[in-house]
Design a protein around this ligand. Structure first.
Ligand code: SF4
Length: 313
């Protein structure tokens, strides 16, 4: 059994709601099954805040060990690097996070905010937010790029706004079970960030034939006009459906690329930036020349049933 302390920093609680939606496994089953001992969670622990203060002190003094340290929320370093815009009992949360992370076997950033800074760190970033080990795309946030936890891992980044429910509980189950975590260059577990949102999207045939919509609510692909980032975003949204039922693109909303360190991108999330008729950001790894040649052919070859949007996405 591994114990777990969950700290919220500059957060909206979206990742906590996501955690509570997980059902394969659920947090409850991890606890009841003896995999996880929950030391503290701000929304689930019934103890008063004085308990948390004592718990932090005991961990810092070595009276208690800490296995898994989860951080939800952007790390607020303002004003002037003090972190006092976000404090607990007179102490900056960034200092508490630094201190507990040094004691933990594994540190998990739950959500894009704690992984990369997220929405609070987007320009103009008035509270000087950053991620735990990345400052948006740049390595190094509260911790230097070469920092490692007691268990030898960098901060494990479960990116997402919010993180997919199953990504949270399955990662916790893997850590509790002593399974190795294979991380990508952004410290995200490849088991959950190894496919693109585009893969598994029900609008794929429309994408292949360049049959696109100009307005929300249609059946076509949303890449060319409506800002969809699916072909550039590594996440399991269309391979592990949310609530076993749906995803953004299945519900007719473009992927915003929320598992990427540059999220939210600067600009209209519902609009594709283009040079002429070609999107500025092409699908991952595709060259502009090949893309243009292929797309022109594909558009010409589109069958009538696809052009007429007869396919149910
Ligand atoms: S809507 Fe987005 S994810 Fe779906 S096929 Fe089009 S580009 Fe890919």
């Amino acid at each position: 059994m591994k114990n777990l302390l969950w700290l919220q920093t500059g957060a909206c609680s979206g990742d906590t709601l996501s955690l509570l939606n997980a059902d394969g496994p659920s947090l409850e089953s991890l606890i009841n099954g003896g995999a996880i001992e929950l030391l503290w969670h701000p929304s689930l622990t019934a103890e008063p805040a004085g308990y948390l203060e004592r718990l932090i002190r005991d961990i810092e003094n070595g009276v208690r060990s800490l296995d898994i340290f989860c951080v939800e929320g952007s790390l607020i370093t303002g004003p002037y690097g003090t972190g006092m815009f976000d404090s607990f009992r007179g102490r900056a949360k960034i200092d508490i996070a630094r201190s507990l992370a040094e004691k933990a076997e594994v540190v998990v950033a739950v959500g894009t905010c704690s992984a990369f800074g997220g929405i609070p760190a987007a320009p103009p970033n008035p509270t000087d937010c950053t991620g735990l080990q990345f400052d948006r795309e740049s390595p190094g946030g509260v911790f230097a790029a070469d920092w490692r936890s007691r268990g030898g891992l960098p901060v494990v980044n479960l990116a997402g706004c919010p993180t997919h429910p199953l990504t949270i509980t399955r990662t916790l189950a893997m850590i509790a079970g002593g399974m190795p975590l294979d991380l990508d260059h952004l410290h995200r577990p490849r088991a959950f960030f190894g496919t693109m949102v585009h893969q598994g999207c029900t609008r794929n045939e429309y994408h292949e034939y360049d049959v696109e919509d100009n307005q929300l609510g249609g059946r076509g692909c949303m890449y060319f006009n409506l800002g969809c980032q699916g072909p550039n975003t590594l996440a399991n949204c269309n391979s592990e459906l949310w609530n076993k039922r749906s995803s953004k693109t299945r519900a007719g909303v473009p992927c915003f690329g929320c598992t990427s360190p540059g999220f939210p991108r600067n600009g209209d999330l519902f609009k594709t930036e283009k040079i002429g008729t070609v999107p500025v950001t092409l699908p991952l790894g595709v060259s502009r020349a090949h893309f243009m040649a292929y797309k022109n052919l594909a558009k010409a070859a589109a069958p009538k049933r696809v052009k007429d949007r007869e396919m149910e996405p």
